[in-house]
Design a binder for this molecule. Structure first.
Ligand SMILES: Cc1cc2nc3c(=O)[nH]c(=O)nc-3n(C[C@H](O)[C@H](O)[C@H](O)COP(=O)(O)OP(=O)(O)OC[C@H]3O[C@@H](n4cnc5c(N)ncnc54)[C@H](O)[C@@H]3O)c2cc1C
Length: 363
């Protein structure tokens, strides 16, 4: 397994629990992975162990804004999202995978990957040769393994930039906030995390807007009264699953390396967990060739979300009007139930599902 982020740890945990021999090869950039650590309920439910120790906030409402429209707040009857600090989340997931029996090896990176009929050979940056029957590439949106085997991604990935502002430096402790006027084709966010506020900018295709550190600092200054951001960093998000099969010979791509992030808001952890667990399941069943088929539903969901994103960011006035008038409460109710965006849409189509989402007495 190359990569010990959310996808790699999810796959390693399941493989080790299923009795397979698995080595988590962790490397790449020294800096912790930039990530706002927001988990929807559907993502939370995929973990095989409790996350209570790393949950910093449970979120029931979100403040939203767009220029020319009055700011609004939408909520759900139950939490639809929890906030974690990504570094703490990764530490917990790595500890759990290792406790389950996954091996662990640090590396400075991947130098080369070769395949033959019997297995995969990976040469680490240190020059060590590692051999496995199958390789799960969980090495993120930059995926050195994918670049070695498949080249560049077929579409411009999404991009996000974030930083942390210590709570005592902020003039107020904000609710979860999405500001859609902040980035063309994206949004600015504020995620409250107890001792700090995660401040970020997102764009659904990196060719639509350039995210700059000065812009992030300016956003923090305007919204929170301080630009003393720490741990500022950006990273692409893989959103191309609908366009490229997540398998190449004896290599199964998972998480951002597979492009499994949904492009509308950039929620990537759910796709990372789903793909990691499905890849592990296919290997444990002795049917790794089924992995792309198992991923087809999520690929279809991402195709639909991509269509929605094109409309939402293409005609932002219309998109935001729909979101603020009726979409947000429905979406949040679906998210609080642990549904995906597509699942919420499907539930909305039936009278029973609609009543349930609206919490009507007849539900
Ligand atoms: C700023 C930002 C904020 C985000 N906020 C959220 C959010 O709030 N909620 C959400 O759901 N999603 C969020 N995302 C998306 C989410 O972070 C990713 O989709 C998710 O982390 C993908 O998980 P992964 O395991 O596939 O990849 P990663 O988390 O990128 O993990 C890949 C791992 O592989 C390692 N690695 C890299 N190269 C090598 C190599 N050569 N050899 C070995 N290991 C290697 C890396 O060090 C890393 O640990 C955000 C993304 C960004 C950039």
């Amino acid at each position: 397994m190359a990569g010990a982020g959310q996808a790699g740890c999810a796959a390693a945990w399941d493989l080790a629990a299923g009795g397979a021999r698995v080595l988590l090869l962790h490397g790449g950039p020294e800096r912790p992975k930039p990530c706002a650590g927001g988990l929807t309920i559907k993502a939370l439910r995929r973990y095989r162990f409790p996350l209570d120790a790393v949950i910093r906030e449970r979120v029931r409402s979100v403040a939203m804004s767009r220029s020319g429209e009055p700011p609004m707040t939408a909520g759900a009857a139950a939490p639809f999202c929890v906030m974690t600090h990504r570094r703490e989340l990764d530490a917990l997931c790595r500890e759990q995978a290792r406790a389950r029996g996954a091996g662990w090896q640090a590396t400075a990176g991947v130098r080369a990957v070769r395949q033959d009929h019997q297995g995969v050979t990976l040469i680490s940056a240190e020059g060590e040769t590692l051999r496995a029957t199958w390789l799960i590439a969980a090495d993120g949106a930059h995926s050195p393994v994918r670049r070695a085997l498949q080249g560049q991604p077929p579409t411009a990935p999404a991009m996000a930039l974030e930083g942390h502002l210590a709570r005592e430096r902020a003039r107020h402790y904000p609710p979860m906030t999405l500001d859609f006027q902040e980035v063309p084709g994206g949004y600015g966010w504020l995620f409250p995390k107890g001792d700090h506020i995660n401040v970020g900018l997102y764009v659904w295709r990196r060719d639509r807007a350039r995210l700059a550190r000065e812009h992030l600092a300016d956003y923090a200054r305007r919204t929170l009264g301080s630009d003393a951001l720490e741990e500022v960093g950006g990273y692409p998000l893989g959103t191309w699953l609908a366009r490229r099969p997540p398998r190449c010979g004896r290599v199964l791509f998972v998480g951002d390396a597979a492009g499994s992030t949904e492009p509308l808001l950039g929620e990537g952890i759910y796709g990372a967990l789903v793909s990691g667990q499905l890849a592990a399941g296919a290997l444990l069943a002795g049917r790794p060739g089924d992995y792309p088929l198992l991923m087809a539903d999520w690929g279809e969901e991402l195709r639909q979300v991509e269509r929605i994103s094109r409309i939402f960011y293409g005609v932002p006035a219309l998109g935001y009007a729909a979101l603020s008038r009726w979409l947000a409460p429905t979406l949040l109710a679906g998210y609080a139930e642990g549904l995906t965006l597509g699942g919420t849409k499907r539930a909305w189509r039936s009278l029973k599902g609609r009543r349930h989402l609206l919490g009507s007495p007849g539900a």
